[in-house]
Design a protein. Structure first.
Length: 102
């Protein structure tokens, strides 16, 4: 139990990625489609769609390391924060009933 306590405090100030992406996206005045288009443009990889952005925001999927790096660049959020937000989302999934996460 002592090992779990520091982890919980470490991620306390970081929202899950399901909240981080839409907050940052809206801050920049982007729609889900705008974000998908921007990710495709800057990554030169056209495999992300508006539907995929929606899945990330609804918690149906967690973006992998490749897309987290591009999300960081597109939304001007530090890469480490995006990675921590993905960890927080995974922790929320594991402890749904206990923490009240989605």
């Amino acid at each position: 139990m002592l090992k779990a306590a520091p982890q919980a405090r470490e991620h306390e100030d970081v929202p899950p990625i399901t909240a981080l992406i839409p907050l940052a996206r809206r801050k920049h005045g982007l729609t889900q489609r705008d974000l998908a288009d921007l990710l495709c443009e800057i990554s030169q990889n056209d495999s992300v769609t508006r539907e995929e952005v929606s899945r990330w925001e609804r918690g149906k999927r967690i973006p992998g390391p490749y897309w987290r790096a591009w999300i960081s660049a597109a939304l001007h959020v530090p890469h480490a924060e995006v990675d921590r937000a993905a960890v927080v989302e995974r922790q929320c999934r594991r402890s749904k009933a206990e923490t009240g996460c989605r």
